[in-house]
Write a protein that binds this ligand. Sequence first.
Ligand code: AMP
Length: 422
Amino acid sequence: MAEPTFRAPKGTRDILPPDSGRLRALIDEFAAAAGLRGFGEVVSPMFEDLGVFKRLGEETDVVTKEMFDFLDKGDPPQHLALRPELTASICRAYAEHRPVPPWKIWYEGPQFRYEQPQAGRYRQFTQVGVEVLGADDPQVDVDVISLGWDFYRTLGLRQVELVINSMGDASCRPQYMAALTDHLVGHRSDLSPQSQVTLDRNPLRILDSKRDEDQAVIAAAPSMVDYLNEECSVHFEEVRAGLDALGIPYSMSPRLVRGFDYYTKTVFEFVGDALGGSQNAVGGGGRYDRLVEDLGGPPTAGIGFALGVDRILLACDAEGVFPGPATAVSVFVVDVTGGGHALDVCTRLREAGIGADRAYGGRSMKAQMKVADRSGAPFAAIIGEDEVAAGEVTLRDLRGEAGQRRVALDDLVRDVRALTTN
Ligand code: AMP
């Protein structure tokens, strides 16, 4: 094949059938799970004022290095950015529309981050997620985490682990930050050059570092849970008790701080053990009790998660679960009389709600049967001169043992239904 003139931009992919069908099926599964728990869908813009995303934390990688931002053509121009995630947009929407709390919403769609692409890491990737705004109750944390947990189970994934931590709140975090900073400054020379720079700007972000040189210093760092005030400590205990009551296993990770600055109290991550390497987080989230206020809204508690659809599908491949849906086409119509009858037969089937497809171009029986096989349809309806003369079609089983038989055109819908509902 000749080199194409253009390719999809670096870090992006065309998702073609049948993979796109699998992606759609996964999103539909998520929509059903969220709907069952009373979440409604929000469809929000793919770009926002850059200021919305700056609230994710001025020193986070997502804001400093990974934003796809641009000036629009206005006078004066507005500084916009493609969304790198959806929590900030949802909080902006909450501040703008002031819905009645608790506001339980779900979303799906592409996110954009200018990252170094590698397996499981793209510049455009799809997330599904939920947010609950206006409720501080630890039961909400349990509900949200269990939705994520149950969703992976529904897909058939068994090698996903839940890791949790608490980030405290504005009254206990400063003491922890002081202790963490002391520790990191004391070991400055043992840190990687990049983390030495980060240390002066945002010491917490060093805990996100995956660099080997940083790991010993990180392992010896103080833990946030040892600094929690009474309220945060009780909140975290109740979250854990709720997970225990549901029988959801988890491990505690004192270093789990997640990549954004907005988290308070509960944070959690879902790790896909079947995915090797560092891109093994298949989802994560946490509580953010300040973000709506930061975006100009009333003080509002919030919690949510985002799950990485592309990575979940890689995890499904690795565990051999959640195959793509079967084709919606039940009958492939092969017409060797020129093609006019195929149109009639397809129309009859489709009007009865039976998926039907056909070949074009008046090709030979052999060529059309090849297309029928490739289509994945379980049955072929073959039309030759004999069949036309008798007002019949030959119905052939392409997958099972049923062989073939002639059926009257007027009975075709009934017969296909009988065969496909068995
Ligand atoms: P985050 O919004 O960073 O908390 O990410 C939530 C989930 O989205 C992660 O656990 C990943 O599964 C997925 N994700 C984040 N960034 C990427 C990316 N660049 N490519 C693919 N998936 C991603």
